[in-house]
Structures are given as structure tokens and as C-alpha cells.
Design a protein around this ligand. Structure first.
Ligand code: SF4
Ligand SMILES: [Zn+2]
Length: 348
């Protein structure tokens, strides 16, 4: 059975909870380093009809597909979702912030967000003087000259950034561990179109997808950062966690998968930032310390996660020296041993 078929069978056993169409899937406020500028961020996950790739199987670690709608929200519903998220910025009295748009799919896929709606959303954000920049996530196949021009026509010169879940620059790992359904060449083509149009590029990488040992996963990310650096201003490294209803969850339940150690990302950030000082490198260790999340030991996971967040904001490698713990020795042992277990946990 193909990897996609296995993922699809898992998906078909899940139930998507229905939600009023005018409610966003989620929204929250945080801080980020916007190419050197520390700003507040309003992140919005729109509830759309969902990722076309995820609906037919899709990525092995992705539970975001269950955030999508059970139906087809109308354009007016999605604008109401935007209003609700912007009201939060109003309540928090944000005076200067960027907006990140996610759809649990692709902002540029017209099946999720029509061209007309795309323009309405961007115009609304461009016209709001408090908003300093907009980021929108999309799969690279939807990036065309026409779509870029279309977006820019309403941005009024405000910076726009496309973000992609590239995960790795290795086509083999993206295909055999993630089932992503696009290649590095697709990403490069999209990033080039974006660059020619003055649109920034952010690449999300994924540390430790299935079937890689901790060491292989680290090598893959370090290599991916080197290869993606010419195409992106910002690289954000997601740490593979165990989301409900995913292939990764099945492996984890069978004790065939352990999320990455936080020490691994600390080492990656240190090495990569030293090698690429002008590249904005970040990581948000979602679920750090939890059973399903990236973690060290119980004593240090929270502090190390905070240290990683601090680095992401400040870009100062010295902040990555702030926390130490005895469990580092265990992590070093695991790096030596787990090449022979293909990423299955040794210690638990
Ligand atoms: S990770 Fe992105 S592309 Fe893959 S299934 Fe999820 S939403 Fe779709
Ligand atoms: Zn520890």
C-alpha cells in the first residue's frame, strides 16, 4: 500500500467537528522578528474548505486538515472570520503589528479562497495603518506571476511574504517520510517568481519527520538550511509533534516514533546562525515538554523551549547558552545509538 493510501485510510476514520462558518479555526497574538524588527503578530487560521492535498491523503504529520470546514464557507463568512480576529487586535490595543494568514491549506488556492476574496482580504489589511506587513502561507504550485500581481495590486506597497511548508530540501525525505506532493524545484520556482515581484519568502522546515534517526534529521535540517538560504529571507524550523489523526500518531502509538529532542534544535540554530548570520532563523517549539511534543527531560524542557523562543526573537546565538542540563548526556548517547533504530525511541 502506498504511503498516501495509508494516510488517507487514517484520515477517513476521523470526524471533523463542524463549526459556524463565520468562526476562524483559530487566532492569537504573539511576537516575532520581522526581518530585524521585533513586532506584535496577529496570526489567523481561516476556516476554509481545506487543503486539497490533505483531503486526498497528504502529509504524514498533518492534523491541520481537521481544522477545515465541513462545508464551503461563503466569502462573507470568511470576511466575518477576519473581522473577529482583527477585533482581538483592537481589544489588545495593538498599534503596530503584522498579520499572518494561514488556511490549513493554501491562501492562493482558489478552491479555498477565491481571487476576489483574496483581494478583499489583502486590501482590508493593506488599508489598515496599524498593520506593517502581511504573510500568507501557500503550497508553491499556486504561486504564479498572475497571482503575485493580483496580490500586489491591492497591497499599496505594504510588504508581503509568502510562506511555504517546504519541510526539507531533500526530495527523497519529502516524498518518503512526509508525502508532501511537491519538489524542491517547485519551491525554487515559486520563490523566484516571488522575488521578481518583490514578495519575501519564508520557508518552514520540519525537524525529524518519520523514519529518520535524530542524527539524520539534524543533518537533513542543517543541509536544508544551506540549500534554502539563497531563496528565503526567513527559515522557521517546526519540530515534528504528534497530532491527532495522523500517520505520525500511528507510529508513535506503536513506539516507532519519538519527537525530536530540544537539544537538537538548539545545536542546529547555533550552527546555522553562525554559518548564515544574515538569515532570519527561528523555531517555535509547539507542545514542548509534552508526551506528544519535542522534549528533553522533565526538568529542563520548559526552560529550553523558552530559550529557543528568545533566540527566535533576538537572533542572538548567545541566548542559546543560557540553559544547560544533565540530560544533554543522554541526548548525546541517543545521537550515537539511534541510527540503528530508524528513529524509534531508545529511551522510552
Ligand atoms: S501539511 Fe500543509 S500541504 Fe500537507 S496536508 Fe497539511 S495543510 Fe496540506
Ligand atoms: Zn534536561
Amino acid at each position: 500500500m502506498s504511503l498516501n493510501q495509508t494516510v488517507l485510510e487514517i484520515r477517513e476514520r476521523q470526524r471533523i467537528k463542524s463549526k459556524p462558518y463565520d468562526e476562524p479555526a483559530a487566532f492569537w497574538i504573539s511576537k516575532d522578528n520581522l526581518r530585524g524588527d521585533i513586532v506584535d503578530v496577529l496570526t489567523i487560521i481561516f476556516q476554509t474548505s481545506g487543503c486539497y492535498w490533505g483531503k486526498q491523503g497528504g502529509c504524514t504529520m498533518c492534523g491541520y486538515v481537521y481544522d477545515s470546514s465541513t462545508g464551503e464557507p461563503a466569502d462573507s463568512d470568511i470576511m466575518a472570520q477576519l473581522d473577529k480576529a482583527l477585533a482581538q487586535a483592537e481589544r489588545r490595543k495593538l498599534e503596530r503589528f503584522m498579520v499572518k494568514i494561514f488556511t490549513s491549506g493554501s491562501f492562493l488556492d482558489q478552491r479555498e479562497i477565491s481571487t476576489d476574496l483574496r483581494k478583499q482580504i489583502l486590501k482590508r489589511l493593506a488599508d489598515d495603518e496599524r498593520i506593517v506587513a502581511v504573510l500568507a502561507e501557500t503550497r508553491p504550485e499556486f504561486v504564479t506571476e498572475e497571482a503575485a500581481q493580483d496580490c500586489l495590486s491591492v497591497m499599496g506597497g505594504k510588504p508581503l511574504e509568502y510562506a511555504y511548508g517546504l519541510e526539507t530540501t531533500s526530495d527523497k525525505i519529502r516524498r518518503e517520510s512526509i508525502n508532501k506532493g511537491f519538489s524542491f524545484a517547485h519551491f525554487k520556482r515559486a520563490a523566484e517568481i516571488a522575488k521578481q515581484n518583490g514578495i519575501f519568502t519564508k520557508a518552514y522546515l520540519m525537524l525529524k519527520p518519520p523514519f529518520l534517526s535524530e542524527k539524520e534529521a539534524m543533518e537533513d535540517i542543517l543541509n536544508s538550511i544551506d540549500e534554502v538560504a539563497p531563496y528565503a529571507e526567513t527559515v522557521s524550523i517546526n519540530l515534528c509533534n504528534v497530532q491527532n489523526g495522523t500517520f505520525v500518531e500511528k507510529l508513535w502509538e506503536n513506539k516507532e516514533f519519538r519527537p525530536p529532542w530540544l537539544w537538537s534544535i538548539v545545536k542546529i540554530l547555533k550552527e546555522a546562525k553562525t554559518k548564515h548570520p544574515d538569515l532570519y532563523l527561528m523555531s517555535d517549539p509547539v507542545g514542548a515538554g509534552a508526551k506528544r511534543g519535542p522534549r528533553n527531560c522533565k526538568i529542563c524542557s520548559r526552560d529550553v523551549a523558552d530559550m529557543i523562543r528568545e533566540f527566535s526573537i533576538t537572533q542572538n546565538v548567545k541566548t542559546l547558552e543560557n540553559v544547560d542540563c544533565d540530560c544533554k548526556l543522554l541526548w548525546e548517547k541517543e545521537l550515537l545509538l539511534d541510527d540503528i533504530t530508524f528513529g524509534a525511541p531508545i529511551l522510552e
